[in-house]
Design a protein around this ligand. Structure first.
Ligand SMILES: [Zn+2]
Length: 65
């Protein structure tokens, strides 16, 4: 699904940074360095980015119920 709006543990907003994170990682940068440059130094927030599986491109073709 889509990335959660806030970190589950500390509550820091993360969803607004996900597009930038994804763009930079897909361009070949190290995810760890990208997270530091975006201001995420806690591992609770880092796991939100690193463990997220973006399924929205697959499920957007199915109708809502
Ligand atoms: Zn956090």
């Amino acid at each position: 699904m889509m990335i959660p709006i806030r970190c589950f543990t500390c509550g820091k907003p993360i969803a607004d940074k996900y597009a930038k994170f994804k763009e930079e990682v897909e361009s070949g940068k190290n995810p760890s360095e990208v997270l530091i440059s975006l201001g995420f130094d806690r591992y609770c927030c880092n796991r939100m980015f690193l463990s997220h599986v973006d399924l929205f491109p697959q499920i957007k073709h199915y109708p809502r119920f």
